[in-house]
Design a protein around this ligand. Structure first.
Ligand code: ZN
Ligand code: MN
Length: 485
């Protein structure tokens, strides 16, 4: 059953991003994913008594860059607060965070969803530190069925930026699009690995469904580990809440856990409501009071962002909005594309784009490989696009060459030589093959003359067979038309 039309969905997102600084937020321990548990720790990030935090300047820079890229106002004066709560993964029993004066506030990010352009307001961008990780032993790793838990503090104290949006999103799809755009911006800024599956970008969502004009009861959805699962989890939640609202049932606000395998959100055991974090100013840290010059310097360092690159690819290279959005979805693919275009001598940017967004993406998906990790180089792609543009290889041959490069590396020229791939475009040879095919299938030739289309394809196939698949299909088509039409 689908939702009745008078229901409205409201979504706000809260995103935590681990910054890719060399060291932690308040100590010199290295920041890295994984590793032997409790090897990247020191008295500061373990919260030993008497230790003092020293802020990481690069983390402050990264957070400010993020705020600037999201169009936020930068606070001329902001401070750290202690957010007090007890949990085993947090050694100090408080998290150093920001409260009433975040580094950035009142920004906005433009997205396009369902053919409409929308500005999603950014409430705040603030700096804080990450917790450690609990590992629950037994019971399949679930806390409520485990026998005991282990703590790994390697992650404790990693710089985190929290980005909070206003509840401006109105569908699961637009939430996914927002998260995709944000991830892309963070990648372009080179401030984070933004790997959702490794937790360096974590998206939580508040979603409520209500009759239009009424106020809904929100559910907070956690544990969405990919962009796709954001949309899936919110679609599930939209449906679930929609049914309850349609039946006139009242809901309590809840925190829910997305379960990727069952495709459902499940309620987390509710703790006491309305946490009192007893926020108070961190007495061991001085305020952050950036000068206007310092902020302007960071503004100058902000590179071309995905939305600007999209516009440039459309206006300068004549790409369609679809192609430009695929090609800017990650910095890596955009850089790869522009290098391939430079390498290509004859192919148009549009032809290089087609090859990359269709053939290459399909082949990579089949191999379950990322472009950056593949054996294909931008130069090889440029060369392949040239060969296709010149008509020196057919579409099928181009696919074959691409598959071989992804498997074993090399350039298109090398692959063609080693695999004996060439395209017969010599008109004399093809004319002979066309004549032979017509002579061998006189009845088919008659039907083509009578205007039937199906036998035409058969005849092309016969000529291709005779040339061992190496005939230039366009020339064969032209020759057959000349003879029979
Ligand atoms: Zn440390
Ligand atoms: Mn937070």
């Amino acid at each position: 059953m689908s939702l009745t039309t008078d229901l409205a969905t409201t979504v706000g997102l809260e995103i935590h991003v681990e910054l890719s600084t060399n060291t932690k937020m308040f100590c010199g321990c290295p920041v890295a994913f994984g590793g032997e548990p409790n090897t990247r720790v020191c008295p500061v990030c373990l919260g030993h008594p008497g230790t003092l935090p020293v802020p990481n300047e690069v983390a402050v820079e990264y957070a400010t860059k993020i705020a600037l890229a999201l169009g936020c106002e930068i606070a001329p004066y902001s401070i750290f607060h202690r957010k007090n709560y007890f949990y085993p993964d947090m050694p100090k029993n408080y998290q150093i965070s920001q409260y009433d004066i975040p580094i950035g506030s009142r920004g906005g990010l433009e997205i396009e969803s369902g053919g409409k352009t929308q500005i999603v307001r950014i409430t705040r961008v603030h700096l804080e530190e990450d917790t450690g990780k609990s590992l629950h032993i037994g019971g399949g790793g679930r806390i409520d069925e485990s026998t005991h838990s282990l703590e790994d503090f390697n992650r404790a104290g990693t710089p985190l930026v929290e980005i909070v949006t206003e509840p401006d999103l109105t569908s699961p799809e637009s939430a996914r699009i927002f998260a995709t755009e944000l991830r892309s911006i963070l990648e372009y800024l080179e401030v984070s690995d933004v790997r959702m599956e490794q937790g360096s970008m974590r998206v939580d969502a508040n979603i409520s469904v209500a009759r239009s004009g009424e106020r809904g009861v929100k559910a907070e959805v956690k544990n969405m580990n990919s962009l796709r699962s954001i949309e899936r989890a919110l679609a599930y939640e939209q449906e679930r809440q929609g049914h309850l609202v349609a039946k006139g049932l009242t809901m309590a606000s809840s925190t829910r856990h997305w379960d990727e395998n069952s495709g459902q959100t499940k309620p987390l055991r509710t703790k006491e409501e309305a946490f009192d974090y007893r926020y108070f100013p961190e007495p061991d840290l001085t305020p952050i009071a950036p000068s206007i010059d310092w902020i302007a310097g960071l503004q100058d360092q902000i590179p071309e962002l995905p939305s600007q690159r999209r516009l440039r690819l459309e206006s300068d290279l004549g790409l369609s909005p679809y192609d430009s959005s695929v090609l800017t979805s990650s910095k890596a693919i955009g850089d790869f594309y522009e290098q391939a275009c430079k390498a290509a001598q004859k192919a148009e940017p549009k032809q290089v784009a087609n090859l990359l967004t269709n053939e290459v993406v399909a082949a990579l998906t089949e191999r379950n490989e990322e472009l950056e990790d593949s054996k294909l180089t931008p130069e090889a792609l440029g060369e392949l696009a040239d060969l296709a543009a010149e008509g020196a290889v057919s579409k099928n041959q181009s696919k074959e060459i691409l598959a071989e490069i992804l498997k074993a590396g090399g350039s298109p020229g090398q692959v063609m030589q080693s695999k004996g791939i060439r395209q017969v475009s010599d008109t004399g040879t093809l004319e002979a093959a066309v004549d032979e095919a017509i002579a061998a299938n006189p009845d088919v030739a008659e039907r083509i003359k009578a205007g039937e289309d199906k036998p035409f394809g058969f005849m092309v196939g016969q000529v291709m067979k005779a040339t061992k698949g190496q005939g230039n299909p366009k020339i064969i088509n032209d020759l057959l038309k000349k003879r029979l039409r």
